[in-house]
Design a protein around this ligand. Structure first.
Ligand SMILES: *[C@@H]1O[C@H](CO)[C@@H](O)[C@H](O)[C@H]1NC(C)=O
Ligand SMILES: *[C@@H]1O[C@H](CO)[C@@H](O)[C@H](O)[C@H]1NC(C)=O
Length: 190
């Protein structure tokens, strides 16, 4: 009896390895390790919460930002870097800079940015047009496990960084960093 049970498990394992090898049911998902959400100006106040930080599938992030003056000129710089285990940057993987006001008028201009943009659009009360009015805003229930990520991200420690910069003020307004580890997740095989 035990023999058969073990054998069954072994077959299960082989099947799993098989699927893993073909890539059919295995995927890499980001697991959030640490967040930095920093305001560099006294006209924007920010805070964040990381819920269920230990759960690969259920961890989620809420961001809050209150703006006391309208924003009409914002550059977004979006990047992924490889880091070591402690979050020290090692190499740039991808970097995009977009003029947020122009981008919001025509979001399909950049595919990588658009995936994340669409995800955020469904979870925020920000009216995505310029100028962004003074007000209290949130982006809620960002789940690292279902945020679209570029397919080429390796199984490694990374940081996703978004910097919001005002060209007129020649200053960074907000810095957001999510330190992640890409982990293997095997979807239901049976
Ligand atoms: C934003 O404003 C709301 C309402 O006044 C307040 O509850 C919240 O704590 C503020 N958040 C930040 C990050 O300042
Ligand atoms: C994650 O959430 C789902 C449903 O939202 C729940 O069924 C599951 O038990 C949760 N898992 C953990 C580890 O919290």
């Amino acid at each position: 009896m035990k023999y058969f049970t073990n054998n069954f498990h072994l077959i299960g394992l082989l099947v799993a390895v098989q699927f893993a090898a073909t890539g059919a049911f295995i995927k890499l998902i980001p697991f959030g390790k640490k967040i930095e959400f920093i305001s560099k100006t006294n006209t924007v106040h920010v805070s964040y919460a990381l819920h269920q930080p230990k759960s690969i599938l259920n961890q989620s992030i809420d961001l809050e930002f209150n703006i006391t003056h309208p924003l009409k000129d914002v550059k977004l710089q979006f990047s992924y870097h490889l880091t070591d285990e402690n979050g020290a940057i090692q190499a740039l993987l991808i970097k995009r800079t977009v003029d947020l006001c122009a981008y919001m008028r025509n979001p399909s201009t950049d595919r990588v940015v658009k995936q994340v943009y669409d995800y955020v659009t469904e979870r925020t009360n920000v009216k995505l047009q310029c100028p962004i009015a003074a007000g209290n805003y949130y982006i809620r229930n960002i789940r690292p496990s279902d945020v679209p990520t570029p397919g080429f991200l390796p199984e490694a420690h990374l940081v996703l960084e978004t910097l919001y910069r005002s060209e007129v003020r020649r200053a960074t307004l907000i810095e957001f960093r999510c330190f992640i580890k890409m982990v293997r997740y095997i979807e239901n095989i049976f």
